[in-house]
Design a protein around this ligand. Sequence first.
Ligand code: BJW
Length: 244
Amino acid sequence: MFQAIMADFARIVILTGAGISAESGIDTFRAAGGLWEQHRVEDVATPEGFARDPDLVLGFYDMRRAALARAQPNPAHEALARLEREFSKVPGRDLLLVTQNVDDLHERGGSARVLHMHGELKSALCTACETRSPWREAMLHRPPCPACAEPGLRPDVVWFGEMPYQMGRIYQALEACDLFVSIGTSGAVYPAAGFVQEARAAGARTLELNLEPSEGSRLFHETRLGPASVLVPEWVDEVLQTRI
Ligand code: BJW
């Protein structure tokens, strides 16, 4: 029972994956009918795939950017924003929300401090000058980079074989955290799949909230199964009732 291990946590790291946005209508990757069933991961989520067939990759991300414009945050995103607001009112407490998701539903749900370790759909990376620019439009027609005018934009996302963003900051937070919570991720992709072990090595309690057990479920002190839109608000209520 989580209440029983709910000591006075001061530093929380929360990791989210595609499952937290599933109920907002955003496809996950590995489910039946998910993105990897519709597209080969090697074709659309590797630098080699992009070099081979840029039209396929740009079209894939244009389609997902358009789907994102139709999606809304769900109660799980909103609950994490509420937790951030309440938790950070007390000096000395720190909450870091790390997401593997490239959508902006945490921000639209009200979270102010979100670290996108796999990049963002609404950002473009210029392969010519390496400038990052906010981006909302399609890329398939090769628009010019706002900084250098070269038609070399790619989605600012992290593909297999590339280094995820802000790893130094994330590992620093994991080393200092006393609670690590993983929400809606299959635990199939590293380095995020290894965060639970990093947190445990630092002495943190660990909790998984997921529809189905992740690949690393046994590594968590506790796993709760169910939809994020139910589990996350319930857990946030527990934390805030225990703490305030
Ligand atoms: C619900 C729900 C509901 C559903 N409520 N829950 C061998 C061993 C170890 C590592 C490697 C290895 N061989 C290669 C590697 C490295 C490789 C890797 O991990 N490969 C694996 C295949 C093994 N990793 C990399 O290359 C990474 N870079 C790297 O390692 O650099 C070197 C390095 C060294 C040292 C330190 C740091 C770095 C880069 C990985 C990039 C991943 N990119 C993608 C695409 C991003 C852009 C895009 O969105 O298109 O990121 S792949 C894809 O997977 C995406 C996701 O962020 C990521 C994780 O997926 P996620 O979120 O877990 O989704 P699903 O679909 O898998 O799961 C959904 C979950 O939700 C399920 O559990 C459901 O139950 C649940 N769910 N509905 C609650 N309603």
